[in-house]
Design a protein around this ligand. Structure first.
Ligand code: C5P
Length: 304
């Protein structure tokens, strides 16, 4: 077997087209029904052989991330090594484009990408089911980047089923420098919803997406964590308003926030909306991307 010198993996960000949340369970997690959607904003992971497990980050906000076993990517490398019965001898160099702690599952994407990268570097050839099972052990949002596209998530979010949709969605993301804590947002959700109901994605939203009617779909996008996120970061309401004024079809808070996601009519429209948001003064940074895109995948392998 030829020895591999490096593996490069690209892993996409996600936005929830719908995020419906139920009452907290005995395990401390909330049952959810969600529509995950992978967008073309990628973190890149380069895995190389090493005598010890190592981690480094570059890109926006990279210096704020832990470089030890409290990082999900580190945990992912340890978990797949243990499962496969090999030493976790890998150095991971992760370039970040996905906003950190932004509700776009950047940390989860890196963990999912690390599973794919280590599988290739160590030539393990694990099945998709094996990788999905490892992902579910690491956290709620780590399975979806292995599936990509648009998909229904149930349970804690780890139970993922692909949904075949038509049409491309052009997105503008308004990114904040400071994150929001997911557990805190779920806690505020509990306080705001003393009588939670069973979480259910609107069936009309699924019908619009499978029919390729993006305009109708956009209007039906919904996030039960939006009100809790706004209560913790009131400026998000003004950012959503600014997107509306800039001509977005619809705007929602992404996941547990604070990133706000806006649907545009086209790529050109997305650029205009991003520019308007930028001059509105309420938005720190914008990103543009289209979806759905495919799952975490190997983009390059080099050999010794
Ligand atoms: O699974 P993960 O580590 O991503 O979850 C982080 C935290 O978010 C959990 O400890 C829990 O407080 C909250 N959470 C939840 N319900 C979910 C997913 C996450 O309450 N479905």
């Amino acid at each position: 077997m030829a020895r591999i010198k490096s593996v490069e993996v690209k892993v996409p960000a996600k936005v929830n087209l719908a995020l419906k949340v139920g009452g907290i369970g005995a395990d401390g997690y909330h049952p959810i029904e969600t529509l995950f959607h992978a967008v073309g904003i990628y973190d890149t992971i380069v895995a190389t052989p090493s005598s010890v497990l190592g981690l480094e980050f570059s890109g926006e906000g990279a210096q704020s991330l832990p470089l030890n076993n409290s990082n999900l990517a580190w945990k992912a490398a340890e978990l797949i090594a243990e499962y496969a019965g090999v030493e976790p001898h890998v150095h991971l160099n992760i370039h970040k484009n996905i906003p950190i702690a932004g509700g776009m599952a950047g940390g989860s994407a890196d963990a999912a990408g690390t599973l794919v990268a280590c599988d290739a570097l160590w030539q393990l050839n694990l099945t998709r089911d094996e990788l999905m099972s490892l992902a579910a052990q690491l956290g709620s949002d780590i399975s979806f980047p292995l599936v990509g596209g648009t998909a229904i998530g149930r349970g804690r979010g780890e139970d993922v089923t692909s949904l075949l949709t038509r049409g491309e969605i052009h997105w503008v993301f308004a990114v904040s420098a400071e994150g929001l804590s997911t557990p805190k947002i779920y806690k505020v959700f509990d306080e705001m919803n003393p009588n939670p109901v069973e979480p259910k994605i609107p069936t009309d939203l699924i019908a619009a997406l499978t029919g390729g009617d993006i305009k109708t779909a956009a209007k039906m996008m919904v996030n039960d964590l939006q009100a809790p996120a706004i209560s913790q970061r009131p400026v998000l309401a003004r950012i959503l308003q600014a997107g509306d004024h800039a001509g977005a079809l619809h705007g929602i808070v992404s996941g547990s926030g604070p990133t706000c996601a806006f649907v545009a009519r086209s790529h050109a429209d997305a650029i205009n909306i991003a520019n308007e948001l930028q001059v509105s003064g309420v938005v720190e940074r914008t990103l543009i991307g289209a979806g759905p895109v495919k799952a975490a995948h190997v983009t390059e392998i080099t050999y010794f």
